[in-house]
Design a protein around this ligand. Structure first.
Ligand code: ADP
Length: 741
């Protein structure tokens, strides 16, 4: 009114401007699309010569222009033309060109469909609604009169139409943004929860909880591919929403290749279908009975593999719009990755278990291997021992037989035979001794020992192997080497092993000169040093640090066990010594062992023992003294008595402990020779009783044992006395009794 009066505009124009201003105000006030359409169309039809108006917008698929609101269009038109496929009719033309379309009389135009022609208008003006320069809809203005919209009318309506279009596109943008926000918050809630969990059950619950008010779909079925009992595959229903009991009863397991579920699994592609429009509805019978109008089926992927399918369906919506599809796709992907993660975790757990089983298998195979290697080396040892024993047995059997058969043999000859028999038997004794030293695994039993002697017997033990290979063993042993406390059996084991390794190295290399040099000396640090230098091929630099590892061997199965050097290392370390190797290709190999010089006091580390443990060699035998022998074996008694008597001792024999104890009151014995294993009272019991008598003799006993077990030897060590194991040599016996002053 005000405008018209002040500007004195003609009435028609003034009215038009008023409408325009009202429209501008109204449409920009609201952000609700429906309100914008209604206000705008209400005002538009107030304009002179505009009798009808309608707004069409493209749907999310972009395929159809859908009527959003109209004024005065007859019902028949609305029924037939509320959805216009893209590209058809004049609506399609405006959308296509993005240009205004002004038609004077629709009845003269062949572009108008029958519904339009029946609608009762003649002149029509179509304006494109643009968003970002692209047509997204059309506003139609129509008049009953057969009259083209004039230029000024077109201008005015274009201005009005543009305002409406701006308002619509702004509202649409805002709506999309809000939807996106809502979807995003749903997705992030889902993502946060499901990706933190490794529990499928919890993930399913979360999915239902987060999406319950989404309103995008009303039915949902989530299937995972699993192995079925028959070794094939099946899709198994894991999660559902809005499904009928009938569906669950019939379609919770879908065997491979059946229905739309397997179509999606096999192709790995999503499928969007309207059940009404598709001639052959891809749903199976149970799905069909659910009667959704529209379904979106999407694969869940784990890498290239499809691990399952989610079907989203709606029995209300005729179609899913773009944003519906987008959110379903995101939901499906979120679930897919989360499930894949759990599967991966399960797989890696399974793999860990598999690995553990594999390790156990491997370990037992390795144990078996070690066992078989041990057996192989035992076999080798046994055959070499047999060979070793057979040698001395031959003269023993031969000569003894000759002695038995030839009764008239001359004394000289008989003595020679006997000597050979004796020497050979002694050899057997040594072999058995060596064997025992190999077999023993006891803790070190230290004795005051001569390293050179151990070296000699070690060489002797291997001689039968070294000789046939023409290996030249060169000794350079220091005769003044002091004795030291060590376990001679164990040290011999070390020496024989190093000699055996040298033998293997020399025998395998077939070099012209096969030489093993063995030296002993006192080194500058005051330690006994023993070196074995062979002229073999040497040890490669990169395995030198491995040769002391248990089971490291470069020798074929049955020859090497890889235990020799590791055991040797342990023995030398236990003796507070050192073992090192120097080697190089072409220069041979040298193993050097150092051992501390310890006397018995150093070894025991106590002064109080001083009196009861005499120093070796410090006391010479004193004839005329008396000795008590406690022994039940006649032959041993006879031998010991014989030696003692020949050395001038007076000897008393008791065949059991009780008898021995009863004699103690009568004679002042110098020392006692006592067996350990005796009937009635054994050596241990005898020692206890003797000690209780307080004669002081308990520190002057020579124990004789046929069973040098750890227990026995520990006992003897505790008593601080000496021992000899049967069989012993006369010299050894004499050596020991020399110590009793
Ligand atoms: P085994 O003799 O059963 O293999 P060892 O522990 O005694 O086990 O030795 C380990 C490895 O050290 C041998 O397999 C060999 O490769 C190497 N070795 C030891 N001594 C010598 C040597 N004198 N010359 C060359 N190699 C040696």
């Amino acid at each position: 009114m005000e405008i018209r009066e002040s500007l004195k505009l003609p009435r028609g124009i003034a009215d038009s401007l008023r409408v325009l201003i009202k429209i501008v105000e109204a449409v920009h006030r609201s952000s609700d699309l429906k309100e914008i359409y209604d206000t705008a169309l209400d005002l538009v039809v107030q304009l002179d010569k505009v009798n009808m108006a309608a707004i069409y917008l493209l749907d999310d698929s972009g395929e159809n222009a859908v009527m959003q609101s109209h004024r005065n269009f007859p019902e028949d038109y609305v029924t037939h033309a509320s959805v216009i496929p893209r590209g058809s009719g004049i609506t399609g033309k405006v959308l296509e060109t993005g240009q205004i379309l002004n038609i004077e009389d629709i009845h003269k135009s062949d572009e108008i469909g029958p519904a339009g022609k029946r609608a009762g208008f003649h002149g029509v003006l179509g304006l494109p609604i643009l968003l970002g320069g692209k047509p997204i809809g059309v506003i139609w203005f129509a008049r009953y009169k057969e009259e083209k919209f004039t230029r000024s009318e077109v201008e005015l309506l274009t201005t009005i139409g543009n305002q409406i279009a701006i308002a619509i596109s702004r509202a649409k943008q805002r709506q999309e943004l809000e939807e996106k926000n809502r979807n995003l918050s749903i997705l992030s809630a889902l993502a946060e929860k499901v990706h933190r969990s490794a529990d499928l059950g919890f993930m399913y619950e979360t999915f239902l909880e987060v999406t319950k008010d989404l309103g995008v779909y009303d039915a949902m079925a989530l299937y995972l591919v699993e192995q079925d009992d028959g070794g094939g595959r099946a899709a198994v229903l894991k999660l559902d929403k809005g499904l009928s009991e009938d569906y669950i009863a019939n379609a919770s397991i879908v065997p491979e290749s059946e229905g739309v579920t397997w179509r999606v699994i096999k192709s790995g592609e999503p499928l969007y279908y309207s059940t009404a429009s598709l001639q052959d509805n891809p749903l199976g019978p149970a799905g069909k009975r659910l009667a959704p109008k529209v379904v979106f089926s999407m694969p869940m992927k784990y890498g290239l593999q499809t691990i399952g399918v989610i079907h989203f369906g709606s029995s209300e919506k005729a179609s899913f719009d773009k944003s519906d599809l987008k959110i379903m796709l995101s939901l499906g992907n979120q679930m897919g990755t989360a499930i894949a993660k759990v599967k991966m975790l399960d797989e890696s757990r399974e793999r860990a278990i598999e690995l553990e089983n594999l390790y156990t298998d491997l370990k037992s195979t390795q144990d078996q291997l070690i066992q078989s290697e041990k057996l192989a080396s035992l076999g080798q040892l046994v055959s070499s021992i047999a060979h070793e024993i057979n040698n001395p047995l031959t003269p023993i059997l031969g000569y003894s037989q000759m002695l038995l058969v030839q009764t008239d043999i001359e004394t000289e000859k008989r003595d020679r035979f006997l000597q050979v028999i004796h020497q050979s038997a002694d050899k057997v004794r040594k072999i058995v001794e060596n064997l025992l030293s190999f077999a023993r695994k006891d803790k070190p039993r230290r004795e005051y020992s001569d390293v050179n002697e151990i070296l000699e017997s070690s060489i002797e033990f291997r001689q039968y192997q070294l000789n046939p290979e023409n290996i030249d063993v060169v000794r350079d042993l220091d005769p003044d080497l002091p004795k030291t406390m060590l376990d001679s059996n164990q040290i011999q084991q070390v020496f024989t092993n190093i000699i055996l390794n040298a033998y293997h190295a020399l025998a395998s290399s077939r070099s012209q000169e096969a030489r093993l040099e063995i030296t002993s000396r006192m080194n500058d640090a005051g330690m006994i040093e023993v070196a074995f230098r062979d002229s073999g091929p040497g040890i490669l630099a990169d395995i030198q640090n491995k040769i002391f590892d248990p089971f490291f061997t470069t020798k074929p199965t049955g020859v090497g066990t890889g235990l020799g050097l590791s055991v040797s290392y342990g023995i030398i370390k236990e003796h507070d010594g050192n073992i090192r190797v120097e080697s190089g290709p072409g220069i041979g190999t040298a193993f050097t062992i150092t051992l501390p010089v310890l006397d018995i006091k150093d070894y025991l580390g106590v002064d109080k023992e001083e009196e009861s443990v005499p120093q070796p060699g410090s006391v010479s035998p004193k004839n005329g003294r008396s000795v008590l022998i406690v022994e039940d074996e006649e032959l041993v008694t006879a031998l010991v008595t014989g030696i003692l008597e020949s050395d001038g001792y007076g000897v008393e024999v008791a065949t059991n402990g009780e008898e021995a104890l009863s004699r103690l009151g009568n004679i002042d014995y110098d020392f006692v020779v006592c067996d350990i294993k005796m009937p009635q009272m054994n050596g241990k019991e005898f020692f206890k009783r003797l000690k209780a008598m307080g004669t002081g003799l308990e520190g002057r006993i020579l124990f004789i044992t046929g069973d040098p077990s750890t227990e026995t030897l520990d006992f003897i060590e505790e008593t601080g006395n000496r021992f000899l194991s049967k069989p012993f040599k006369i010299e050894e016996f004499r050596d020991v009794i020399r110590n009793f002053g």
